[in-house]
Write a protein that binds this ligand. Sequence first.
Ligand SMILES: Cc1ncc(COP(=O)(O)O)c(C=O)c1O
Length: 455
Amino acid sequence: MTSLTGSDFDFAFLEEGFCARDIVEQKINESSLSDDKDAFYVADLGDVLKKHLRWLRVLPRITPFYAVKCNDSRAVVTTLASLGAGFDCASKTEIQIVQSVGVEPSRIIYANPCKQVSQIKYASAHGVQMMTFDSEVELMKVARSHENSKLVLRIATDDSKAVCRLSVKFGATLKSSRLLLERAKELGLDVIGVSFHVGSGCTDPETYRQAISDARYVFDMGAELGYDMTLLDIGGGFPGSDDTKLKFEEIAAVINPALDKYFPVDCGVRIIAEPGRYYVASAYTLAVNIIAKKVIMKEQSASDEEEDGANDRTLMYYVNDGVYGSFNCILYDHAHVLPTLHKKPKPDERMYPCSIWGPTCDGLDRIVEQCSLPDMQMGDWLLFENMGAYTVAASSTFNGFQKPDIHYIMSRTAWGHMMRFQFVLSLWSVTSSWCIKKICKVAKTKVSNPKRYSL
Ligand SMILES: Cc1ncc(COP(=O)(O)O)c(C=O)c1O
């Protein structure tokens, strides 16, 4: 494994034939020589690249604007920036993160319908124009604080079947959409499109179809009021791994025909989305160490006397990351996690009913209420896969427990793909900037060079 330290992010090259699991193994072996057995992540940036290629293949009409809230690691943001993705930012700090890696303002949507005035002013000062709204108060704030805003009306969806509902908090009804568009017109604001979110962890692809049809209705409403809208933003909600009931491709099989019906290719509407979980969940594996253990013997009754199996005891394992850290996803993201064993159990190994707890002093800090595991020892490791979404981004250091280190890796093949991708993007950027210059010369308008970023 060769370390590459770039100015933008650090990762290690994964040599041919090795995978993320091998690096987990290597880190665990290294730690066996010392007492330092802190929890750690291995994050495969090549997995983020694979997700991007899959997105382009499956949803070719939709430009992804990665939802930074899901995982704001610089390495993830830089990887996606270099692949040409856009970004959904919810705050000034997220805008700063994205702009610090050289992303142009036109590739950012400030997708928070309820913003602090000072942060709207920040967006304005830093060239971020696209932003969502769903209320009259927001329209008035934007009218006062941002001269060049391009507004996107967020509509509510029926997200009752999603794991994390969002339309309970955000989104205008179709009825109030007309009033909001009328008000925006009175205020002289430019409404360029419609957005929605079907809820994170969508379980019913029909929700997308209905929301796309509702968006069409709002586009038509806007046209009646004199708006020529050109942007549809279909939000997030896509699965982050392949172990979910509803697969990414199944969702796409509903979205693509719905777009073709309500927003055909030649209708002049640009389509974007705000995937978060989709891009990062499966890239991250978390390794935690058993720091304490308790054996709870069952009180014996006469009928239990002959019981000598696994049923006479319950094991409580305490590990060095918990719900105040990476496993906050259990509380905030309704996640259900299960470990895989680092040491493979023998075929006839006895399994025990177990619970797994985090390291803090809070009784709430329980990671798994019930599972079946062998009798393990302090110092043994448990692995949790698919831990990239809504984990590190919201973890705290409550009780003084530090956040796990993240070891970023990428295979040389993935790196090669990224370089080629960047080359094609820069060619496209040069060509399109040449075309724009030509067009603008004719129109006698001055243009500035588009910014580029490098790894
Ligand atoms: C406005 C907005 N866009 C996108 C996302 C990302 O959603 P997901 O991770 O389900 O793709 C969220 C998540 O809360 C959101 O609030």
